[in-house]
Structure formats: structure tokens, C-alpha cells
Design a protein around this ligand. Structure first.
Ligand code: NI
Ligand code: MN
Length: 226
């Protein structure tokens, strides 16, 4: 399994010949190393409805006939836009042919703002567990620190955890370092930083704070093999 980072919260998983994109905010993402035209997803998984996470979902899903997995309410909205969706809710898991997906809690908001400034309710924000090939990836979405991260790590031993460190809208570096301790993941990768001025952070400072010394800074375009 190959897991690549494309800036902000964009994570791409290549597993058993399938391409899975999480939170494909590519167009308008100043940190993205790719163009929306360069990706060919089979599946898109969304943590929540904010525009910096939904990103290019509708265009990509239509072009590539990709399945979009999202919170039930967000999936409902996206299916009204002509996209094939699979709605889930927090605590639920589903075995797809490309891997198992489970939604975990996240403390955040979730709405989508349309081009004509309509605000769409998108249900609860989520974290994402993706399991395949005996590996577990945790994408925390946008969230505050919460103590049940310990429970998530106990129930699903995590190989790689992607954690937001930007502060202001999510955990900052100190809370994310504490989250890493609770999750007890093999590897920790920071995300959701330096995209916009309010979330400017030094990811190397973050990984220095990790007691387990298990942090990896992935530059946009870099990947890890599991
Ligand atoms: Ni958000
Ligand atoms: Mn965000």
C-alpha cells in the first residue's frame, strides 16, 4: 500500500490497484503538487463538508465515475449533484471491495458553501479509518483533541495517523502531539497546516514534540510505503 500526501488534508491511498482519495481539495489549494486533471480516483472519502475538504469531489467523481463515501447528509447533497455516493455515520464501518472504511468522531463543524453562497448542512464531521492489506490508516479530518482517540487506537491499532496541526480551526501542534500519544500509532504525519495564514505551523517542531519519535513530515508529493 502506498500513501501519498498532496498538501492540506489531501491523502491518496493506492491499494490493490485502486486509487482512494481523501478530502481532494486540489483546485485552489496553494500547497497541492498535483492538478485535479492528474488524478484518477476510484473512490473519494470525505471527512466533512467544508469546502477545503470537498474540493474537487463533484468534478472528479463525475469524470471518473468514482464512488464518494461521506457522512449521510453530505452524501445526500452530493448525490443531488449527480455523484454516486455511499452514506455512512460515525461509528459505522462498511467492507467495500477496495477495503474497509469506518467513520470515527471528530469535534468540528460540517457545512458546504455553494457558489451562490447557500450553506448546506452536511451532518456530523468525521475521522476516517481505512483498513486494507492488514494495514490501518487513520485520517483525523478536522478535529479538536479528544480523549476517545485512545479508544480509537485501542480498537484499531493504527499504522499511520494523519493529524491536523494547524491550530485555529483544529488541534494545534501541542494538542496534536498529545493526540499522537493517545492514538499510539506506528507513524504520525502532520496535515492541515501552512495552507492559509491562520494555520501557519512548523511541522518539524511538531514531530520533535512526539515522545515516541514516530513523526514523518511528508512534503506535498511525498509518499510512504506500508
Ligand atoms: Ni473543516
Ligand atoms: Mn479544514
Amino acid at each position: 500500500m502506498k500513501v501519498s500526501y498532496h498538501g492540506h488534508s489531501v491523502v491518496q491511498i493506492n491499494s490493490n490497484g485502486k486509487t482512494i482519495l481523501i478530502d481532494p481539495f486540489i483546485t485552489g489549494n496553494p500547497l497541492a503538487d498535483i492538478k485535479a486533471d492528474d488524478v484518477n480516483p476510484d473512490v473519494i472519502i470525505l471527512s466533512h463538508g467544508h469546502n477545503d475538504h470537498v474540493g474537487d469531489t463533484v468534478q472528479l467523481a463525475k469524470k471518473h465515475k468514482a464512488l464518494v463515501i461521506a457522512a449521510f447528509e453530505l452524501a445526500d447533497y452530493l448525490s443531488s449533484q449527480g455523484v454516486q455516493t455511499h452514506g455512512m455515520s460515525i461509528g459505522g464501518a462498511y467492507q467495500f471491495d477496495f477495503g474497509k472504511v469506518k467513520f470515527t468522531q471528530a469535534f468540528h463543524g460540517s457545512s458546504y458553501t455553494t457558489e451562490d453562497n447557500q450553506i448546506i448542512y452536511c451532518g456530523m464531521p468525521a475521522g476516517i479509518l481505512f483498513m486494507n492489506e492488514g494495514k490501518t490508516i487513520y485520517h483525523a479530518g478536522d478535529t479538536a483533541l479528544f480523549s476517545d482517540m485512545k479508544l480509537i487506537g485501542e480498537r484499531h491499532p493504527i499504522d499511520v495517523a494523519f493529524l491536523p496541526i494547524g491550530d485555529n480551526f483544529t488541534m494545534g501542534p501541542e494538542d496534536a502531539a498529545y493526540a499522537a500519544k493517545l492514538l499510539n500509532a506506528q507513524k504520525v504525519v502532520p496535515m492541515h497546516y501552512n495552507t492559509f495564514p491562520p494555520i501557519k505551523q512548523d511541522p518539524f517542531h511538531f514531530i520533535e514534540m512526539l515522545e515516541a519519535k514516530n513523526g514523518i513530515v511528508l512534503k506535498p508529493g511525498e509518499a510512504i510505503e506500508l
